[in-house]
Design a protein around this ligand. Structure first.
Ligand code: F6R
Length: 593
């Protein structure tokens, strides 16, 4: 399972509760099994929390009516302790003069809890997070010095965390270690949040805290210092995204909206302001002795495609390793002559960051491809390219995948003097994207008449193999159906034993060098009674269902052929009454290992 929580703090001139609820709703995509808010009124901290989505908990507990101009809020995705009201955040300490919200994992919470119980603290939840509230209380109660209490608390915690605490006297304080925490600055107040979407509606001025930074917001001012207590200065950044881009608009789901946005985002990936940085990438790459590429999940599939197009078109040898395996495979051979390209939508994925930090320690240069230019990954890279496809709210990656491909194709095009042809074929690509999106109704009708399917196999050769993996991942995530991407040539080496009349096989088979071999594979499948869906620009009697690809320069097929697979996954999810925007057990940014 994957977990992530959202945290938000507000101190300003408006009532805190309605602002906090609004912010939590915008961040709900990150994790959402329980919700809570703490506000301060008449010098007392009031906490309300419960299980469910923000709107449900708000309705039953009337969170929005809580008084006070200062508050913190949280949406929880359970890690330590089940999904219960008691385990929901905020957690308050015994004397109720402090309440805390937390994202991450406190690894030494057992030992800390034992120690605090011996000191007389009483715990109300099974969470690791509650120890932060009690530790803070233990230190704060001595001299009622927030700064000292925060420093002493942070120095006792092991693990990864971002937490925000409110203190009865009206102050908010937050600290981060390996989890993001961002300050939003307004004319008359402050936010502190795990995600810029938490406050972007109210301000686009942000300070991204560094690791081991502590912030205190009190008496109308912001104080920043490190875990040693030394004052630190961090730049204020103007955040570029329009919040409107995070609304669903006329679409039923964010996922469907984001699938449709690909006409724009793919084209913007080619035309974006990465020009100068691509030059920097080319310099690093041409001087490197060894090149590694890494990423997780969908971004790993982009990494596989990059390795392929680097080799085929730019004649650059590289190695792609998924981030969760990176430390076991690559670290021994990486040194200061190496370049690591890290691909990540969020730029906050723990596995990716861990690989990058380890490679950096060995002297490697880090180049990244991110959709969040202010992310931790972008900030620790020597250079980064911006996918720039706007906020992706659907938990499953769609537009960020094709956006990554567009940027990576463009980079490769530059390295081989235009031989990939993405820039030269921009208009044709836009037409093809529009045509494939227009196939949505046909795909919806096709899914509608499909019987209850238990297993789906997706076949592709060469560049189409990573697309087969990506299509299968989308179907697993959105529709909870077992799906596997298979390199078509491998069928006879094992998977053919699984094929019978109860299986459905999707064949990615555009008219290119792979066409004839893939048709042979489709024959083998058809002979065993499976239902065959062909995705191709050339029809064939073998296919029970056919999704027609528009004509396009053949190197560019991956950018369009993944779209019908995303659409199939979306409609299969609807057919199963699953929410495509919020797949069960998954969260958007996986900031824990
Ligand atoms: C798949 C999906 C995940 C992410 C993975 C990496 O639809 O969303 O597999 O691709 O968790 O996330 P980023 O790209 O943010 O590093």
């Amino acid at each position: 399972m994957l977990f992530v929580c959202s945290i938000i703090g507000y101190k300003g001139k408006s009532l805190a509760a309605p602002v906090l609820i609004d912010s939590l709703k915008r961040m709900e995509y990150r994790g959402y099994d329980s919700v809570g808010i703490a506000t301060i009124t008449d010098g007392k901290i009031l906490v309300r929390k419960g299980v469910g989505k923000v709107a449900e908990v708000n309705k039953s507990l009337e969170l929005v009516r809580m008084p006070g101009l200062v508050g913190i809020g949280h949406t929880r995705w359970a890690t330590h302790g089940g999904v219960t009201g008691n385990n929901a955040h905020p957690h308050s300490a015994c004397t109720k003069d402090i309440a805390v919200v937390h994202n991450g994992i406190i690894e030494n919470y057992d030992a800390l809890k034992e120690e605090l119980i011996l000191l007389g603290h009483r715990f109300k939840s099974q969470t690791d997070s509650e120890v932060i509230a009690h530790l803070l209380e233990a230190h704060y109660s001595r001299e009622r010095n927030i700064k000292q209490a925060m420093i002493e608390t942070c120095n006792r915690l092991k693990g990864t965390y971002a937490f925000v605490a409110v203190f009865e006297e009206g102050a908010i304080s937050g600290a981060r270690f390996d989890e993001p925490l961002i300050i939003g600055i307004m004319d008359n107040g402050y936010f502190i949040s795990s995600d810029i979407l938490g406050f972007l509606k109210y301000t686009d001025k942000a300070i991204f805290l560094d690791n081991k930074d502590i912030a205190i917001i009190n008496a109308g001012k912001l104080e920043l210092f490190d875990f040693e207590g030394l004052s630190v200065k961090r730049p204020t950044t103007q955040v570029a995204w329009e919040l409107g881009a995070a609304e669903k608009g006329a679409y039923a789901h964010h996922t469907l909206k984001e699938i449709h946005e690909q006409v724009r985002t793919v084209i913007e990936g080619i035309s974006s302001d990465n020009k100068e940085k691509i030059g920097t990438f080319c310099n690093f790459l041409t001087n490197a002795k060894s090149i590694y590429i890494t990423g997780s999940g969908t971004s790993y599939h982009s990494a596989l495609i990059l390795k392929h197009i680097f080799g085929k078109f730019a004649k650059i040898r590289s190695e792609t390793i998924m981030s969760s395996e990176f430390q076991y495979i690559a670290l021994d051979s990486i040194d200061e002559t190496s370049v690591l390209i890290a691909i990540s939508q969020s730029g906050e994925t723990a596995d990716v960051l861990q690989s990058v930090k380890a490679a950096k320690q060995k002297g490697a240069k880090i180049l990244s491809v991110v959709n969040v230019p202010t992310s931790s990954l972008a900030r620790i890279s020597d250079s980064f390219l911006n996918v720039n496809c706007g906020p992706e709210i659907g938990v499953a990656a769609t537009k960020s995948f094709t956006g990554q491909l567009s940027v990576l194709y463009n980079l490769t095009d530059r390295l081989c003097n235009g031989c990939v042809g993405i820039a030269a074929n921009k208009n044709e690509l836009m037409t093809a994207l529009n045509l494939i999106l227009a196939a949505e109704n046909n795909i919806a009708n096709m899914v509608d008449i499909m019987d209850d399917i238990k297993d789906i196999y997706i076949l592709g050769r060469s560049l189409h193999y990573p697309i087969a993996l990506e299509g299968a991942l989308k179907i697993k995530e959105l529709a909870y159906i077992h799906a596997e991407g298979i390199a078509a040539g491998e069928l006879k080496h094992g998977p053919l034993a699984l094929i019978d009349k109860n299986t459905m096989v999707v064949v990615i088979n555009p008219l290119d060098a792979t066409f004839n071999d893939t048709i042979s594979s489709a024959h083998e499948i058809k002979a065993r009674g499976a239902i065959v869906i062909g995705i191709s620009d050339k029809e064939n009697d073998l296919y029970d269902h056919f999704i027609k690809l528009p004509k396009i320069k053949e190197t560019l097929f991956p950018l369009i052929e993944v779209i019908p697979l995303q659409t199939v996954a979306y409609y299969l999810a609807l057919k199963k009454n699953a929410d495509p925007d919020y797949p069960r057990n998954l969260a958007k940014s996986v900031t824990v290992k």
